[in-house]
Design a protein around this ligand. Structure first.
Ligand code: F3S
Length: 81
């Protein structure tokens, strides 16, 4: 299982992730990315058909702001902005 969320403290709004994985990432009014799967809470498992896009987005983020985990990010407070 894979879970994902964006570290909005380090995201520089480069815009790569939403282009690479539009079914996973979108941007708030300031261009900062968030996961649309679960309002960037990282508690919703990424479906298998999206995992390749997710990996590409992970590899393509210039600030390593896309976080991946095998378990839900249940205890990390981040908002979708
Ligand atoms: Fe931000 Fe990285 Fe996406 S900098 S806009 S999380 S590719």
């Amino acid at each position: 299982a894979t879970y994902t969320m964006v570290d909005q403290e380090t995201c520089i709004a480069c815009g790569a992730c939403g282009a690479t994985a539009p079914e996973i990432f979108d941007y708030n009014d300031e261009g900062i990315a968030f996961s649309i799967l679960d309002a960037n809470t990282g508690i919703t498992e990424v479906s298998e058909d999206l995992e390749e896009d997710l990996e590409d987005a992970f590899d393509g983020c210039p600030t390593d702001s896309i976080k991946l985990a095998a378990e839900p990010f249940a205890n990390i407070p981040v908002t979708a902005g």
